[in-house]
Design a protein around this ligand. Structure first.
Ligand code: SF4
Length: 463
């Protein structure tokens, strides 16, 4: 059996197969193997195969202002929405029998949706593993008990610091003490209700300003009796001024090459102004090439840029920026590739499983090929309007599978000016889903608080 698996489904995980078989979840098992088989063949059309991994976003708003998150930075790239129970049920009724795992968040703080526990309980009735990520600042009354009773498997809490000062630097608007008090209540209620789930994870994004607090975080986590601490390398806008300011010095938490020197005054000003203008400068070349320079000069963005320039008296800087934006656009017209990326360690091209095996459904039904597509205009369609089938084997999904297949076989590179989001994706092969450590499907069950120094898990998604 392991040999057959290696031949026909080389990307399949034996642990997943064994767990599904042991739990007698045969429909999920068959779908898993079938999708893995079609993926290995590079099939553009999934004959009967359904996604076995879902991200469902109950709501895409949040009370915090994390600077690198499009929601926190208020980039306005998705309409705000809250999913209701009826629509959630439609998704699960259609896909639940095939799905193995659901992440119940993407671009917002899901606990603000009062139907969340009911959604989780519905997914659990279909034998799906459910994970929730939350900043846990504002937890509605009764939500903790309802979450515990829902059968939630994993609750990952985003706490990037071990003091109020460092925590608030990235989780802007958050209250460290209130989060810890909510975590205490969660652990206490889980014990009082006699439950062993959810498995509670303290997720700590390691930045330059908080990396020294890792031992302290592990100590607090042990005192709080959470089950696991994960120290994670965050995604940061790939630009020297940002990397210099935010990226950890410890190479284990660096996803980008380290800048050689501190940014000059102008570069630092540009980064600061761009961040305040709610659009990072590292995205400008891409916007200018794809949508033309007017996409950077219109509306709210321009008003913010000008306001910042006036406040800082930086008119020369603003004029320089406008010239630079024009240059980005001309470069794009000439086909120049100015987007730095690393394919993966050793230059090997890994497959991105998302177009075959996963799907991200936004609160308004808009479907993204994966959880990292920030802009609604890059989505593949709307599941609430057209249904699942026409999307799943539709033109855009087929194009994404073809592109990943050709990319893995070395026949095409990343195309920064492409219309299709997968074709210009710099995270291709690096953004694959990962079953939680302690879950029956996870491949790394040994990461526990018993060894605080060895708890580092590098994945890389800053929210
Ligand atoms: S190729 Fe990139 S954009 Fe497309 S599904 Fe994979 S990670 Fe997402």
């Amino acid at each position: 059996m392991p040999d057959l698996l290696r031949i026909f489904c080389p990307h399949a995980e034996p642990r997943v197969v064994e767990s599904l078989r042991a739990a007698r979840l045969y429909r999920k098992l068959f779908n898993y193997l079938w999708v893995e088989f079609l993926m290995a063949r590079g099939s553009a059309r999934l004959w009967g195969g359904k996604p076995y991994w879902l991200t469902i976003d109950p709501n895409n708003f949040c009370q915090l202002h994390c600077p690198f998150c499009p929601t926190g930075a208020d980039r306005g790239v998705r309409g705000k929405a809250m999913m209701d129970m009826e629509h959630f049920k439609k998704i699960i009724d259609r896909l639940g029998p095939y799905v193995i795992h659901v992440d119940m968040m993407n671009w917002g703080e899901s606990v603000l949706n009062k139907s969340l526990p009911e959604m989780i309980a519905t997914a659990k009735r279909h034998g799906i593993e459910v994970r929730l990520d939350a900043n846990f600042n504002n937890v509605p009354d009764g939500m903790i008990d309802r979450l515990i009773r829902s059968g939630l498997d994993v609750l990952s809490l985003s706490i990037d610091g071990a003091s109020a000062e460092t925590y608030g630097r990235y989780r802007a608007g958050g209250d460290f003490d209130r989060v810890l008090s909510n975590v205490r209540a969660l652990v206490r209620r889980r014990r009082e209700l006699g439950r062993s789930s959810p498995w509670i994870v303290w997720q700590f994004l390691v930045f330059r300003h908080n990396e020294h607090e890792r031992p302290r975080a592990a100590k607090i986590a042990r005192e709080l009796e959470v089950d696991q601490v994960s120290f994670v390398a965050p995604s940061i806008p790939n630009e020297p001024a940002f990397l210099w300011e935010w990226m950890a010095l410890n190479p284990e938490y660096q996803l980008y090459p380290s800048p050689a020197a501190a940014p000059g005054e102008e570069e630092a000003l540009r980064a600061r102004l761009s961040a305040q203008a709610r659009k990072t400068a590292s995205m400008e070349p891409y916007y200018a090439r794809r949508f033309g320079p007017m996409s950077l000069l219109s509306g709210t963005y321009l008003r913010r840029l000008v306001a910042m320039a006036v406040r800082q008296g930086a008119w020369g800087w603003l004029a320089g920026r406008l010239r630079e934006i024009g240059a980005f656009w001309r470069q794009g017209q000439a086909g120049a590739n100015a987007v730095p990326y690393r394919v993966s360690e050793g230059g090997q091209r890994s497959i991105c499983k998302w177009p075959w095996a996963g799907m991200a459904v936004n609160p308004n039904g808009s479907v993204s090929p994966c959880c990292s597509v920030e802009e609604e205009r890059d989505d593949f369609g709307n599941m609430f309007k057209t249904g699942f089938a026409s999307l799943w084997n539709g033109r855009l999904y087929r194009a994404s599978r073809r592109h990943v297949r050709r990319f893995v076989r070395g026949r095409v590179g990343i195309l920064p000016h492409a219309e299709h989001v997968c074709r210009r994706c710099t995270a291709i092969g690096r953004a694959n889903f990962k079953f939680p450590n302690h879950s029956p499907y996870g491949s790394d069950p040994g990461v526990e608080l018993a060894q605080p120094a060895a708890t580092d898990v590098a994945t890389g998604a800053a929210r």
